[in-house]
Ligand binder design. Structure first.
Ligand code: GLY
Ligand code: MN
Ligand code: MN
Length: 428
């Protein structure tokens, strides 16, 4: 049971959402808005559906994940109404709804039908949700301008959201400790996944994303998606990127551990972690997130030099020649919220030197971002680097010793505060 302080923060959150939504609706000429929670589609040619989590705006209001065919009606000047889909069904169960104070703010009605409810006096109505499920629901469906404005309501998190994200971090950290222990005890990727799920009390399908658990060379695939059921003969490294959802809110944490005897790899991890902490410290209001990304490249250049992976080239040239891009090909992070890659991060396209950056904004209080530098030994990227002009500066012998460790990523979740930042992943 969540504590009273959190439940009371949730009421403030809902009041704030009502204000933000009323303003967005007024700006776009609407009186009310119907939000569809959505439903999982069936797999093509099959009678099995994909696992369902939920639509962002619905989660933003309710935090209720895994609830298909529910509808939320937000109205100017009136209480929101939530229709919970609770069909009589002997194949599936309906999730019980615990009684909580937010139900004083949102009227809850039970519904047998998956269809949009009939609304009493909706005024000028917008309906948002998965277009495949909106059917002929009355109202303007998914109006682009309004959708953008609603995404913007998710950018500056309320105190309630930040506490949920903090709790999602605490829960995931317990999982990361268990995963690390499982690795040290010689478990396979599959065994490590079980240890993570056991410690977080969360089945993987309900996590914000499928855990990325790679040992040895697998750690060099950014979103490695399989699990070996047997441990490697010689465990050299573990990269685990895994989160938890708490009341709809996601954590997104990555840790890398060196195997026994891997002192050189451990030194690179240590260097990247020191850089990662410096980058986390850069998070503050007014800072351009792209600058944190660029600082990461400079730091990785310095680390490549310090560890002897690159020799005979100054740090700036290491970046300019694209060497850091080969070792760190992704962006420094993204917004985090009810979606792991939360919305509205990219009003402007990513700059040419950071094509995969998902967040290109100046930081403001209330934003929550990830900071996730990496340093990987990715065969396809290293091969072209070694074959090109810059190949002469790479320490081939050291590279061939380390590449079997796959790579490193270290990822924390950081809130922008009024004066600086709060790192939710390293909270005491
Ligand atoms: N876990 C996916 C990411 O870090 O963005
Ligand atoms: Mn991650
Ligand atoms: Mn991330």
């Amino acid at each position: 049971m969540p504590d009273d302080a959190l439940l009371s923060l949730q009421l403030d959150h809902l009041k704030e959402l009502q204000v933000r939504y009323e303003s967005a609706l007024a700006d776009h000429g609407f009186d009310s808005l119907l939000v569809a929670s959505g439903a999982a589609p069936y797999r093509y040619g099959d009678d099995q559906a994909w696992h369902f989590q939920g639509y962002g705006p619905f989660l933003h209001w309710t935090g209720l994940t895994g609830r298909e065919h529910c509808w939320l009606w937000v109205r100017t000047g009136q209480k929101p109404v939530l229709w919970l889909h609770e069909p009589v069904d002997f194949w599936h169960a309906n999730q019980p709804l615990p009684e909580e104070p937010w139900q004083a703010f949102i009227e809850v009605r039970s519904s047998q039908s998956p269809e949009a409810p009939l609304l009493d006096d909706p005024g000028t109505l917008a309906v948002i949700g998965d277009p495949a499920l909106l059917g002929t629901a009355a109202g303007k469906q998914n109006p682009e301008g309004l959708l953008k404005a609603l995404d913007e309501t998710r950018v500056r998190k309320t105190a309630y959201e930040i506490e949920c994200l903090a709790q999602a971090n605490r829960m995931a950290l317990a999982g990361h400790r268990a995963a690390r222990d499982a690795f040290v005890n010689g478990e396979s990727e599959f065994g490590i996944s079980l240890a993570y799920q056991q410690a977080t009390r969360q089945r993987e399908a309900d996590a914000p994303y499928h855990s990325i658990i790679g040992q040895n060379g697998h750690a060099g695939t950014l979103h490695y998606q399989y699990y070996d059921t047997q441990p490697p003969g010689h465990p050299r490294s573990l990269l685990i990127d895994a989160g938890v959802r708490f009341r709809g809110y996601c954590s997104d944490i990555t840790r890398t551990t060196a195997g026994p005897g891997e002192s050189h790899f451990a030194a690179v991890i240590h260097g990247l972690e020191r850089l990662q902490l410096r980058l986390c410290d850069m998070v503050a209001p007014g800072v351009d997130y792209i600058d944190i990304h660029r600082k990461a490249h400079q730091g990785i250049a310095a680390l490549l030099s310090a560890t002897g992976l690159v020799t005979g080239l100054d740090d700036q040239s290491i970046v300019e020649q694209g060497i850091t891009r080969a070792f760190f090909p992704h962006g420094i992070g993204h917004f985090l919220g009810v979606q792991v890659h939360d919305v509205a991060g990219k009003p402007a396209p990513a700059p040419e030197d950071a094509p995969f950056l998902r967040l290109t904004r100046q930081l403001e209080p209330g934003m929550v971002v990830t900071i996730e530098p990496g340093l990987y030994f990715i065969p396809s990227l290293l091969e072209s680097l070694l074959a090109g002009e810059s190949g002469q500066y790479l320490n081939r012998e050291l590279l061939s010793r380390l590449r079997g460790c796959g790579g490193i990523r270290i990822e924390d979740n950081v809130v922008v505060t009024g004066t600086g930042s709060r790192n939710l992943t390293r909270a005491p």
